[in-house]
Ligand binder design. Sequence first.
Ligand SMILES: Nc1ncnc2c1ncn2[C@@H]1O[C@H](COP(=O)(O)OP(=O)(O)OP(=O)(O)O)[C@@H](O)[C@H]1O
Ligand SMILES: [Mg+2]
Length: 369
Amino acid sequence: MIRLERLTKTYGALTAVDAVDMTVGAGEVCVLLGPSGCGKTTTMRMINRLVTPTSGKIFIDGKDTSSTDEVQLRRSIGYVIQQIGLFPNKTIEDNICVVPDLLGWDRAKSRKRAAELLDLVNLNPGIFLKRYPKQLSGGQQQRVGVIRALAADPPVLLMDEPFGAIDPINREVIQDEFMKLQASLKKTVVFVSHDIDEAVKMANRIAIFRDGKLVQCDTPDTILAHPLNAFVADFVGSDRALKRLRLMSVANVMQADCPTLKAGDSFERAAKLAEEHDLDGLPVVDDEGHPIGMLRFEIARGRNGHIAEHLESLPASVRTSSDVRTAVSLMFANAVTWLACVDESGKLKGYITQRAITNSLSLATGHGK
Ligand SMILES: Nc1ncnc2c1ncn2[C@@H]1O[C@H](COP(=O)(O)OP(=O)(O)OP(=O)(O)O)[C@@H](O)[C@H]1O
Ligand SMILES: [Mg+2]
């Protein structure tokens, strides 16, 4: 969808962007990441030609952008700038409709769209359409900055640290909102960030820059598992194994064909399961499959009768839809080596062990190293 070919920008003796080759697939979010001054913004601004390349080419949908009319090009690319940049003398509604108005869209249609977009980011149109930017909080302004870039429904979005100006808690919220939007809109997004956690969360691919050069461009998991050199390893941080846990879902790591014990089962059955499974206990479920407790196997050994009187409460369970970091956190907090995994309705779906997590981390990520 977007292809950069030997893209270069020099300012006098400084090479701000140095022969960058990169491809961003349709519907992908590619995060440009790197220290201040490494050329992220310059690269991004060459894509919509706010900066003219010194040499090299940019193709969008196979078409060389140097042969496209610049104004046309810019209107087909949504752009969220670092400083939000809402027009202070225009209402939120008119701010959102800037590009549709420039494109000569029907007024009623664009105003209807403005209301829909506000709704999408949880801002009540009845309250916010007629307000001015200074009457909004920083986070609310950033939401408007994002939906303004979406107003004319461009296939490509450039976002330059779009959530940089908000506190960490609201940043998580707005990131989640954006991910939800992106899941349905599937725009091709180039996103600049300083923040490795944000990049890992949002990106299909991360492009790491240093001194104008593209050092490594890979999936977040590959970047974290196999940083190409010491610079990338340093940049992503020494806790990169922990960061990878966020990318794994409990559903993918858990043991799914979990044998279940019921309160009426015999100790004999429990002891047999203990042999088959390398756990110190197993969850016990009711007739609907909801966990009602656990049985520790050391209690089962050598006993007769039923397990009902020897149930203990489950220290914790984790949702199958959670990420593995959440599971690890629960394991540490409860000093256990395995957790029961439940679905949205609370039914037991499997169990996850520390060993399975370690194994998943060491599995090859397809990078060939
Ligand atoms: N118009 C300009 N004239 C001269 N030098 C420039 C110009 N624009 C950018 N530069 C230089 O090019 C280099 C890359 O700048 P750029 O804005 O792309 O960095 P960045 O990676 O976006 O940094 P930050 O994370 O701080 O936003 C910097 O050294 C900057 O000083
Ligand atoms: Mg920048």
